[in-house]
Design a protein around this ligand. Structure first.
Ligand SMILES: *[C@@H]1O[C@H](CO)[C@@H](O)[C@H](O)[C@H]1NC(C)=O
Length: 217
């Protein structure tokens, strides 16, 4: 019971931190880029969010997803593992689908890959060529014109996140024949309540959120 209370208060704290971000961070160019504010015709983008584990979308990309869907863009999610480091992969897969309900991303626009060479874990090196190939197939089959993914540090420093970043780089430099827009993570949280609801779907990972919150302190 005490444990649940601690987790609950940490989650609450995380919401407050997100709220502070809303109030303190200046608006960034990303928002301007996707808003029809200078007389140009609206162009609906087919955006692919590329993540490594179920819950990355809620942890790191909720503001981005909310922003894009609220402006009428089409967001699809490619998750490159089921996050089975602790043997909870099947639960985490379901949690991702539930989080996507909260994030208003239709289930058929969410794909979760479970490849033997791309398994969740701090010590696991993910093959960048393989990542590039999988992402390329997804881009082609879903007519994607924009990718969003982690920065080169992997946002939280997780090696799987970094490998995903470099997989996207490899795709851009070595494989893709056409122009595509790519953005690294940007952090502005305008819907902290929805972030909280999406995060709440990943109950198997609450211990990690607690650790992450402590790191923010
Ligand atoms: C990485 O993946 C590519 C594409 O699937 C494959 O050709 C290559 O052999 C792999 N490299 C390693 C070291 O496994």
């Amino acid at each position: 019971m005490a444990f649940i209370l601690i987790i609950a208060s940490l989650v609450l704290f995380l919401w407050i931190v997100s709220l502070c971000k809303v109030l303190l961070l200046p608006r960034i160019p990303f928002a301007k880029h996707f808003t029809n504010n200078n007389g140009r015709a609206f162009r609906k983008r087919n955006v692919l969010l590329v993540i490594a584990h179920p819950d990355d979308e809620s942890m790191f990309f909720t503001p981005t997803i909310n922003f894009l869907t609220s402006k009428g863009h089409n967001v699809q999610i490619l998750c490159l593992s089921i996050g089975d480091a602790d043997g909870k992969g099947n639960i985490r897969k379901q949690e991702l689908f539930q989080a996507c309900v909260a994030l208003k991303v239709p289930m058929q626009q969410v794909k979760i890959v479970n490849h033997p060479d791309l398994q969740d874990g701090f010590g696991k090196v993910w093959n960048h060529s393989l990542l590039a190939k999988i992402i390329e197939e997804e881009i082609t089959s879903r007519c994607i014109d924009m990718i969003i993914t982690f920065d080169s540090y992997g946002v939280s420093g997780h090696c799987n996140h970094r490998d995903v970043h470099y997989g996207v780089c490899k795709l851009l430099h070595d494989i893709l024949q056409r122009d595509i827009e790519v953005w690294e993570l940007c952090l502005v949280n305008e819907h902290s309540r929805r972030s909280g609801i999406a995060m709440a779907q990943h109950s198997s990972q609450w211990v990690w959120y607690a650790c992450f919150t402590l790191l923010l302190l």
